[in-house]
Design a protein around this ligand. Structure first.
Ligand code: TYM
Length: 334
């Protein structure tokens, strides 16, 4: 609890181009939560270097992601939007939590297995302990809730396990966080292979809608989306491609799958795909134009970075000092 409100934490990596999956599964759900929660949203650049990055590109992407948070509707006066690397408490707590996490637990993480397979030439220790850093992010702010897409659930479970283990030894130090999964859009699939999630690291650019794609590109990618030969717009397991398009359509228009089935009853896939594309364009256009304005305003963005970075540091330090004391580090002499 902070100022009588529950605390919420989430983050995104500034790696690659953000996709519609990131937006519909996470960012879109973050907006309007600040009345109910004290919100912290981090650009998690420490996580990004678990795979090789071009330094200047990473810096630019991190700044763009921060601006995108604001463009999506997160008011930086009401939400603490900051760079993870500006708060050293994340790395310090991660070290401590490493000592309370078992190799066997980390070995079971599916994201580690996937990433290790993808980057076989760089299976570094950071990639392995990635979930511990994520636990530190969340526990540092004593977060009650963590809004994420379904792919992050396993990381939330290990966070809870680590926190409970630590609390069992040292008393009630950490709040045990709950995942918060949006009712819709929690798992947006690839447009080329609906059995996979839409991912910024997909090599096939047609598989993902990027948030900065122009309208023609968006429409073209939807036209090419892999579907089936059933020739009916139905929301069912046996039609994963169409089901995914219905999901996207529903999140963008606010309609239900039943209404969508009725709307496109007897109509062809061509017409449906075009409607999905247009619905996505109407969501992306205002986001893109607001982003274009914001990113030009250097002094405003700098001010947000400074002020919110200070705020995050203040709250992070409180938990960190408590944890350091619990594990037995000597007190500082003032
Ligand atoms: P990242 O950067 O891969 O993704 C950011 C958010 O987008 C969600 N997401 C999706 N949701 C629906 N459909 C998809 N296809 C899709 N792809 C991505 C993710 O679930 C996530 O919510 N490890 C995290 C970042 C992180 C974090 C944290 C998150 C670091 N520390 C602490 C929460 C709390 C990650 O790489 O997300």
């Amino acid at each position: 609890m902070l100022d009588g409100k529950k605390v919420l934490f989430s983050g995104m990596q500034a790696t690659g181009n953000l996709t519609l999956g990131n937006y519909l599964g996470a960012l879109k759900n973050w907006v309007n939560l600040s009345e109910e929660y004290e919100c912290f949203y981090s650009v998690v650049d420490l996580h990004s270097i678990t795979v090789r990055q071009d330094p200047s590109e990473l810096r630019q992407r991190a700044r763009k992601l921060l601006a995108l948070y604001i463009a999506a509707g997160l008011d930086p006066e009401k939400n603490c939007i900051y760079y993870q690397s500006h708060v050293s408490g994340h790395a310090e707590l991660a070290w401590i939590l490493n000592c309370f996490t078992y190799m066997g637990e980390l070995n079971r993480m599916t994201q580690f297995k996937d990433k290790a397979a993808k980057h076989a030439d760089n299976i570094n220790a950071g990639l392995f302990t990635y979930p511990v850093l994520m636990a530190a992010d969340i526990l540092l702010y004593q977060a009650d809730v963590v809004p994420v897409g379904k792919d992050q659930l396993q990381h939330l479970e290990i966070t809870r396990d680590i926190a409970q283990r630590f609390n069992a030894i040292y008393g009630d130090v950490f709040t045990i966080p709950e995942p918060f999964i949006g009712k819709t859009g929690a798992k947006i699939a690839s447009l080329q292979d609906p059995s996979k999630k839409m991912s910024k690291s997909d090599e096939n650019a047609n598989a993902s809608i990027y948030l900065m794609d122009d309208p023609d590109t968006v429409i073209r990618k939807f036209k090419r989306a892999v579907t089936d030969s059933e020739a009916q717009v139905r929301y069912r397991e046996e039609q994963p491609g169409i089901r995914n398009l219905i999901d996207i359509y529903c999140v963008c228009t606010g309609k239900s799958p039943e209404d969508t089935e009725k709307e496109f009853d007897g109509k062809g896939y061509g017409e449906f795909k075009l409607a999905v594309g247009e619905a996505v364009v109407s969501v992306l256009k205002p986001l893109q134009s607001r982003f274009a304005e914001l990113i030009k305003d250097k002094s405003y963005i700098d001010r947000v970075i400074k002020e919110n970075g200070d705020k995050a540091n203040y709250f992070a330090a409180k938990t960190l000092r408590k944890v350091q004391k619990k594990v037995g580090f000597p007190e500082r002499v003032r």
